[in-house]
Design a protein around this ligand. Structure first.
Ligand code: F6R
Length: 241
């Protein structure tokens, strides 16, 4: 794992955006693995700014996202589908049919298999952006998830529900389930950039980098990936040896 420690969120965002922009310039038909949450918003703004100012084109890029809440459709403003449209896709020239977010609506038993079929068709991402939960989750793979997992439906932990409540009017509105790519699927990405900021993430970052590789801290599997860049601010790095 390569570690990059930055001063703050803006620097983390700039560094991460650089990886994505350089890839798309070098490989205009790249497959990008994308995430939601607060961490990548700054990076997405910079990708849009670069597209507007320098004309970097996404018309042949394909994307897939990590996860979606079960029960929310893409028109719901709390859905991850909506988030992606608002925070990234509508600012780029990417055709919406090239973008893929798991559906949270439909037959509970087939949602996961349907998304795995999409992922198989696209192949692994050239570059995957990841955030990390304060409990070490990646996507919605909570502690205890098998490293061999493919797309599946999960019950969110109380910790994740509380972390995500800030995006909702009340904690009762936070969905209790999500459909998420599994760890084995995430590990298929050729290159992974994981970003994290704030002291709230410091323990998870320490466990991920310095701790044992264990299903109790899902992100620790990244120690076994051949090409991971971890970009953090000084607070998230504060517990590292
Ligand atoms: C989002 C996702 C989650 C977040 C993680 C960190 O698609 O998969 O694993 O990356 O919960 O969230 P933020 O960035 O909001 O701290």
């Amino acid at each position: 794992m390569k570690l990059v420690v930055c001063k703050n969120y803006d620097e983390v965002s700039a560094k991460a955006a650089e990886y994505f922009i350089n890839l798309v310039k070098a490989k205009p038909n790249a497959v990008l693995g994308l995430a939601t949450g607060s961490s990548p918003i700054g990076m997405y703004k910079l990708m849009i700014a670069d597209h507007e100012q320098n004309g970097t084109s996404y018309k042949d890029v394909k994307t897939y996202n990590l996860d979606e809440y079960v029960g929310l459709d893409g028109s719901n403003n709390q859905s991850y589908h909506y988030f992606m449209n608002e925070n990234l896709f509508k600012g780029l020239d990417i055709p919406l049919e090239n973008t893929h977010v798991p559906s949270g609506i439909g037959n509970h038993d087939t949602l996961a298999a349907e998304y795995d079929a999409v992922l198989d068709e696209l192949g692994g991402a050239d570059l995957q952006i990841l955030g990390i939960g304060s409990n070490g989750h990646i996507a919605f793979n909570e502690p205890g998830t098998s490293f061999a997992s493919t797309t599946h439906i999960v019950d969110l932990t109380e910790e994740t529900i509380q972390d995500n409540a800030r995006f909702f009017d009340s904690i009762d509105d936070v969905p209790r389930e999500s459909v998420t790519m599994g760890i084995a699927s995430i590990m298929k990405a050729k290159k992974i950039v994981l970003i994290a900021t704030s002291a709230h993430k410091a323990e998870a970052i320490k466990g991920m980098i310095e701790g044992p590789v264990t299903e109790d801290l899902p992100a620790s599997i990244l120690q076994q990936h051949p090409d991971v860049v971890v970009i953090v601010d000084t607070e998230a790095a504060s517990l590292l040896d």
